[in-house]
Design a protein around this ligand. Structure first.
Ligand code: 4FV
Length: 226
């Protein structure tokens, strides 16, 4: 999978969460080709401005459609495959497991990171395939949302998780939250582990895990409850 990121802060993607552990290995193994591009390289005026005051007034600045479009056209031309263009925005579809799985089916994504108050709506209307939000709160830029999406999607690239786990056997795969997890020491400060997990009785253990997942989902996320 190839992912191109368009950002005003390429440095945000250097030696960070996408350069360690599973994502680092996926990049080294060629399962993920992550390319980061500076939007400001496509500014043409002598101040290299990428934003301007909003028409109709209002607070803050808006990113210019012409600069964004030139940046995107440049990035699209870097590979034969046309990238599916995702704009990270609070106005987008809130990211959830099945949307992650859907985005992971695309051979190439282009992620556009907004800053300031947002981007000119004409860029969204004419250049963006999907608007995606990581949640109903505001962050300072689209960079962190883009990293969340890259991490979540890369886990679904075949081979990215190695034989550690398969995305099929995890939270949300079947819409339920995960069961509690325990490991050694079996006793700590008088805090113990449910006996069934130490019983070695596979059927009872699976039954307990299922019951725990249903109970947790019912209590914590009735909205998810099947
Ligand atoms: C956001 C979110 C988000 C809005 C203004 C960046 C900020 C600033 N993006 N999910 N929540 N973006 O808050 O994706 O430009």
């Amino acid at each position: 999978m190839r992912i191109d990121v368009l950002t005003l802060f390429p440095a945000a993607f250097e030696s960070g969460p996408l350069d360690v552990s599973i994502i680092k290995r996926a990049r080294e193994d060629g399962l993920l080709d992550l390319q980061v591009h500076d939007i400001r390289e496509h500014a043409t005026d002598r101040h290299r401005s990428v934003d301007d005051y909003p028409f109709g007034g209002g607070q803050g600045m808006v990113m210019r459609v012409d600069v964004l479009d030139r940046a995107l056209q440049h990035v699209q031309a870097l590979a034969d495959e046309t990238a599916y263009v995702v704009f990270l925005t609070p106005q987008g579809e809130v990211l959830h497991d099945s949307l992650v799985r859907e985005l992971a089916t695309h051979p190439r994504l282009a992620l556009v990171c907004g800053r300031y108050e947002g981007v000119d709506q004409r860029f969204v209307d004419h250049c963006v395939d999907r608007e995606v939000s990581i949640g109903d709160y505001i962050v300072t830029g689209g960079e962190l949302p883009a990293m969340v999406l890259i991490d979540a999607v890369t886990r679904h690239v075949p081979g990215a998780l190695g034989d550690e786990a398969s995305p099929e056997e995890e939270s949300f795969a079947d819409g339920l939250l995960e069961h509690p997890q325990y490991t050694r020491p079996a006793e700590y400060r008088g805090w113990t582990v449910p006996d069934v997990l130490l019983s070695g009785h596979h059927a009872n253990i699976e039954k307990w895990k299922r019951e725990q997942r249903l109970e947790r989902t019912r209590e914590r996320r009735p909205d998810l409850f099947p």
